[in-house]
Design a protein around this ligand. Structure first.
Ligand SMILES: NC(=O)c1ccc[n+]([C@@H]2O[C@H](COP(=O)([O-])OP(=O)(O)OC[C@H]3O[C@@H](n4cnc5c(N)ncnc54)[C@H](OP(=O)(O)O)[C@@H]3O)[C@@H](O)[C@H]2O)c1
Length: 249
């Protein structure tokens, strides 16, 4: 029986991915910053473990209790929407610390066991914003584009060890907690700079015009992660959701 370890399972895509793999009979290590037992089904095959991707001790402790991991899903991530002028450097560091360095640290942590077993898959969740530049998303996009570049390079160095790397690029998914937590972070920092108000209205207006059918459902992300994990012939970049697929062409 295969084991998948997923980061950021307290909500959104992470929780859905955990539920899906468990439903397919996999052993699931669902990790959360603050573990909660009421999110996922109680089961011997589903372990809930504390893991903050920004903390080396937390990563070490989680992997010590996780047991062998066949598939790592780097899903934990945080959002940010603002002009670069309205983005303090501590926020820039925060976004990169979680989205980029967290992914690299988790990859480093699982690699020794995968390389020794000559088997494993690492799935990194980035974003369709890396496929088309958008205003107010420079910092978030940079944090995810760095993960695309990291993944494509590390995929080559891991080929000799039969460890595969895949990137799942979801489109905009308003059903998760993502926008709400990003909004709270933005409001704490004082919102958008006045000078950018027309850029901000244009961005919000373009989102309002996006039809429901052109958005991304968490189920599309789950399917893309499943394909990445199971199908060795899948491409390295897998867009997830109607909007992401349209952008990927
Ligand atoms: N929703 C979208 O529109 C969208 C589009 C493209 C890509 N994505 C990406 O998809 C991934 C999942 O996002 P989502 O939409 O499912 O949002 P979400 O519901 O906000 O889930 C994000 C998860 O990441 C966790 N997390 C945050 N910081 C962490 C840390 N330091 N260590 C471990 N876990 C941490 C959160 O845990 P806490 O509960 O502890 O905060 C939460 O479980 C993210 O990487 C995001 O960038 C989202």
């Amino acid at each position: 029986m295969k084991t998948v370890l997923i980061t950021g399972c307290s909500s959104g895509f992470g929780a859905e991915i955990a539920r899906f793999f468990w439903g397919k009979g996999w052993k699931v290590v669902a990790t959360m910053r603050a573990p909660r037992e009421d999110i996922l089904p109680p089961s011997e095959k589903l372990k809930i473990i504390a893991l903050d991707v920004r903390s080396p001790e937390s990563i070490r402790a989680a992997l010590n209790v996780a047991g062998p991991v066949d598939v790592l899903v780097n899903n934990a991530g945080i959002g940010w929407l603002n002009a670069v002028e309205g983005t303090p450097m501590d926020i820039v560091r925060d976004i990169f610390e979680t989205n980029t360095l967290g992914t690299i640290a988790m990859t480093q942590a699982v690699l020794p066991q995968m390389r020794e077993r000559q088997e494993g898959v690492i799935v990194n969740i980035t974003s369709s914003v890396t496929l088309k530049p958008l205003p107010l998303l420079s910092v978030y996009t940079a944090s995810k584009a760095a993960v695309n570049a990291f993944s494509e390079s590390v995929a080559l160095e891991l080929e000799p060890f039969n460890v595969r790397v895949r990137i799942v690029l979801p489109g905009r998914a308003p059903d998760t907690r993502f926008s709400e937590t990003a909004r709270t972070r933005m409001q704490k920092q004082g919102g958008f700079p006045e000078a950018y108000s027309s850029v901000v209205s244009d961005v919000f207006a373009s989102w309002e015009q996006q039809p429901e059918t052109a958005l991304t459902k968490p189920s599309a992300v789950v399917e893309a992660v499943w394909r990445a994990a199971k199908d060795p012939s899948s491409p390295i970049r897998i867009p997830a959701g109607a909007d992401a697929e349209a952008l990927a062409g």
